[in-house]
Design a protein around this ligand. Structure first.
Ligand SMILES: *Cc1c(COP(=O)(O)O)cnc(C)c1O
Length: 447
C-alpha cells in the first residue's frame, strides 16, 4: 500500500514511513493511494482481533509482526470483554456501540493502545510530543507508559481539565512520561507543539513523533469497530445501518467514511457537533468556514475551531489538485464552498440538549451516557427514520465527566472498578510558561 499526500506534492510512502506522523512535506495529510475493497461476508463471524487483523493488514502491509501486535492489543484484559467494543441494543433498531471500555475510558484507547505497540515494535528511539485537552493525552500516556525507547512529553492547559482527567494523567509515575502543564489554554499547548516541530533540525535530532488525530494508524484502527458494530447490529449483509458520531477533529467519523468506501453497507453517517459547529454548518450548507476561537463546552473533547481530518474527506471527494486550491483559498479567506456528499447528514447539540438527552436515556433505558455520546444520540435520533437501524457511538464513559452528569441526573455517575480512588493518588507534573525555548530545553534534558 502506498500513501500519498492530500495535496499531491509529496513523495509516496509506505505505512511504516508515515507511522510516526500524518503530515506530508507539502503540508497535506497522508492517505492511501486507493481504499481497499473487502468482501464483507467473510468477516461477519470473526472475533475482534481477527477482524482487526483482516482490516489493518490491508493498510499496514509492511509491518511484519502485525498479527501478534493486534492480538496482544485487543484483549478482554485491556478492554473489559472479548467483544472489545460491545453493542447494546436499547430497542429494535437503536443501538449503542461501547467504545469506552479501554484503560482511560474513552474511544481514543482503541487506536492508541495499538499505536503504542506499533511504536515500540518499530524499534526506533522516539520522543512523542503532544498537546491534549484531556482524552488524547491520557490515552497516549497509558498506551506508551513503560515502553522501551519511548518518552512522552504531553502538554496540557494548567488547571483547565476536569479533576478526573487531570488525575488520570498526572498520577502516572512511569519515568518515561512527562506531563507539562502550560500556563495558558489548549490552543497555547498546540502552538507550542507546532513551534517545536517547525524547528526541523531539533525535531530530527530528538526524533520527535506525534500521536495526534491526523495519525493514519489511528484512523485505520477506528475503521475496525464500524465493521464490528455493523455485524453486531444486523443479521445478514443485505441490511444497511446508519452511525451517529459525536465529532470534533473528524477522525472518528472519517474512519466510518473509509469503512463505507471499503464496502461496509453504511446507509448514512450522522455527524453531531456541539456548539462548535463548523462541521455541522458545512454538511448543512456546503460552506466550510473555520472559526477564530473555540467555545468551551460541556463536551470538551469536541471543542475545535477547524477539523484536522476534514482535508482527507475533501481529497476523497475532489482529488489532490483541487484540495491544494481549496486550502490556498482557506488560508487567504478563511472559508471555501463544496457541495457535501449525500451519505452525510449533520446536526448540532447544545448544553441544554446534552442534559435533556442524558436524562431521557436514563429514564427510557436506565443507561447513563457521557456528554459527548449525548450529542451523538441527540442528533442521531433527530435524523432517525422508522425501519432504519441506528448505531450511536459511545465515545467516553460518564465517570470522566461527572459534573455534567450531576447536573443532569442529580447524582454522580458510577465509577468503573479500579478508578475509585483516582483523585487521591499522588500526582506529578511540571508547570511551564508558553515558551518554546524553555520547552525545547526541557525535552533536551529529559530525552
Ligand atoms: C476525541 C473525542 C471526540 C471527537 O472525536 P474526533 O475523532 O476528534 O471527531 C468525541 N468524543 C470524545 C469523548 C472524544 O474523546
Amino acid at each position: 500500500m502506498q500513501y500519498v499526500s492530500t495535496r499531491g506534492r509529496a513523495t509516496a510512502r509506505r505505512f511504516s514511513e508515515i507511522l510516526l506522523e500524518g503530515m506530508a512535506t507539502d503540508g497535506g495529510l497522508y492517505v492511501p493511494a486507493e481504499i481497499p475493497k473487502v468482501e464483507i461476508h467473510s468477516l461477519r463471524r470473526l472475533s475482534y482481533p481477527e477482524l482487526a487483523f483482516e482490516i489493518l493488514s490491508r493498510f499496514m502491509d509492511d509491518v511484519p509482526a502485525l498479527r501478534r501486535i493486534v492480538f496482544d492489543t485487543y484483549t478482554a484484559q485491556a478492554f473489559g470483554s472479548e467483544e472489545v467494543t460491545p453493542l447494546r441494543t436499547l430497542e429494535p433498531g437503536l443501538h449503542l456501540l461501547g467504545l469506552s471500555n479501554g484503560p482511560t475510558l474513552a474511544f481514543k484507547d482503541v487506536a492508541l493502545q495499538l499505536l503504542g505497540r506499533l511504536f515500540e515494535t518499530s524499534g526506533k528511539k522516539l520522543n512523542v510530543l503532544g498537546a491534549t485537552s484531556g482524552d488524547t493525552g491520557s490515552a497516549a500516556e497509558y498506551a506508551l507508559r513503560g515502553r522501551s525507547g519511548i518518552k512522552v512529553f504531553m502538554l496540557s492547559p494548567h488547571e483547565r481539565m476536569s479533576p478526573f482527567q487531570r488525575a488520570q494523567m498526572y498520577s502516572l509515575q512511569d519515568s518515561n512520561i512527562h506531563n507539562l502543564a502550560v500556563r495558558g489554554v489548549f490552543d497555547d499547548c498546540q502552538d507550542l507543539v507546532k513551534l517545536v516541530n517547525a524547528d526541523r533540525e531539533f525535531k530530527a535530532r530528538h526524533s520527535i513523533g506525534a500521536v495526534n488525530s491526523i495519525n493514519w494508524a489511528r484512523i485505520a484502527a477506528q475503521v475496525v469497530y464500524y465493521f464490528k458494530g455493523y455485524f453486531a447490529a444486523t443479521r445478514d449483509d443485505s441490511e444497511q445501518v446508519s452511525f451517529a458520531v459525536p465529532t470534533g477533529n473528524f477522525g472518528n467519523i472519517y474512519a466510518g467514511f473509509v469503512a463505507r468506501r471499503m464496502g461496509l453497507p453504511i446507509k448514512r453517517l450522522v455527524l453531531a457537533t456541539n456548539e462548535n459547529d463548523v462541521l455541522d454548518e458545512y454538511f448543512r450548507t456546503g460552506r466550510y468556514r473555520v472559526r477564530r476561537a473555540v467555545t468551551e463546552t460541556s463536551s470538551p473533547s469536541m471543542d475545535i475551531s477547524k477539523a484536522s481530518n476534514f482535508e482527507r474527506y475533501v481529497c476523497a471527494r475532489v482529488g489532490s489538485a483541487k484540495v491544494a486550491e481549496l486550502w490556498r483559498k482557506l488560508d487567504e479567506t478563511g472559508e471555501f464552498t463544496l457541495p457535501p456528499g449525500e451519505e452525510f447528514v449533520s446536526g448540532r447539540s447544545t448544553h441544554a440538549d446534552r442534559l435533556a438527552t442524558i436524562r431521557w436515556m436514563y429514564s427510557q433505558y436506565g443507561v447513563v451516557i457521557d456528554p459527548h455520546t449525548a450529542d451523538g444520540v441527540k442528533v442521531g435520533l433527530q435524523h432517525a427514520r422508522s425501519g432504519e437501524s441506528l448505531v450511536c457511538l459511545e465515545t467516553a464513559a460518564p465517570a470522566k465527566f461527572s459534573a455534567t452528569i450531576r447536573e443532569a441526573l442529580g447524582r454522580d455517575p458510577e465509577r468503573p472498578s479500579g478508578f475509585e480512588n483516582l483523585e487521591s493518588l499522588p500526582q506529578r507534573c511540571t508547570v511551564i510558561d508558553k515558551d518554546a525555548a524553555a520547552l525545547k530545553r526541557f525535552i533536551e534534558s529529559h530525552a
